[in-house]
Design a protein around this ligand. Sequence first.
Ligand SMILES: C[S@@+](CC[C@H](N)C(=O)[O-])C[C@H]1O[C@@H](n2cnc3c(N)ncnc32)[C@H](O)[C@@H]1O
Length: 328
Amino acid sequence: MKKYKPKSGEKIERHEEEIPPKVELPFEFSPEHYPVLLQEVLGAFYPLRHKSELSYFDGTFGRGGHYMAMKFAYPQMKATVMDQDLTAIAYAQTRFPTEVEKGQLKVIHGNFSQFSEHNLNNFDMMLLDLGVSSPQLDQGERGFSFYNDGPLDMRMNQQQGLTAEVLINTASEDELIRIFKEYGEVYRPSRVVRAIVNDRKTKAFQTTSALAGLIERVDGWQVKGHHPATKYFMALRLAVNSELEVVAESLPKMIRALNPGGRLAVISFHSLEDRIVKNIFRASEDMGRTVTKKVIVPTQEECDRNSRSRSAKLRIFERSAQDEQGKL
Ligand SMILES: C[S@@+](CC[C@H](N)C(=O)[O-])C[C@H]1O[C@@H](n2cnc3c(N)ncnc32)[C@H](O)[C@@H]1O
């Protein structure tokens, strides 16, 4: 490729990222969930380390792994954290009561899409670690997994009305086909959907094992080690929690809530989700820049240590330092 030669007097904007040092963390994380891309997330905010005060928003608190590491690396920060799962909120309140009392931590139950309704603004550091946490996947009663049998639930927010059971037993054939094609990227879901619609006439689907069993029976195992229900379950989960829609709706608002020079880091686990993040960052370049021209993925060592990190992708956006807030 030919190297671009600037015309005389023309300035080329270069952003050399400093290489952040590895942070040694002197504590253990909750055994329930190990945070992914941890050093990379800490590194995303490294250029802000000299600020005497830092405000941090974590929209996906989970078991607080990223929050704990951020608190250690940036001790001057004040944090606001959200999660739509009541167990994550209960964990935050019982695990970090001193921080809450001292006003260093504010815990809010809710969907991060509603964050502007809570009047949240002016953040230096924002993080979304999308998708489900390990305890949500591991606890059969939450209904996310076909390996741990449970009710067909899949709600991240236990107060939400729509469950996977409602969707599977009431959605039309066309709607189910759309969900599995669009969210699960299942090439030909019609045979499975026809079987669902037929079987539910005599008995409603109530458990994850009943649905997984039907998919296994109809589609069979195509790839060794890859359960045929995987994509169908992923699609249902995305539909029940409106995950893609929520990300698309929230990211522009979150970018506007950044302080000048502030950074937003987003970890996604699904190619469609990552595409939404990439496109929104690109479309927001009047307000800042995408720091990660290339997406950041976990090292082989991390993938070996934590198989759930395998599909993780991190992108970072930085709001322009020069712009005055409100004028953008
Ligand atoms: C991958 S886990 C986050 C783990 C966390 N970073 C940690 O280190 O412990 C995702 C968490 O985000 C929550 N979540 C996902 N989408 C959400 C949304 N739209 N609003 C609020 N919470 C959400 C889930 O309930 C889950 O607890």
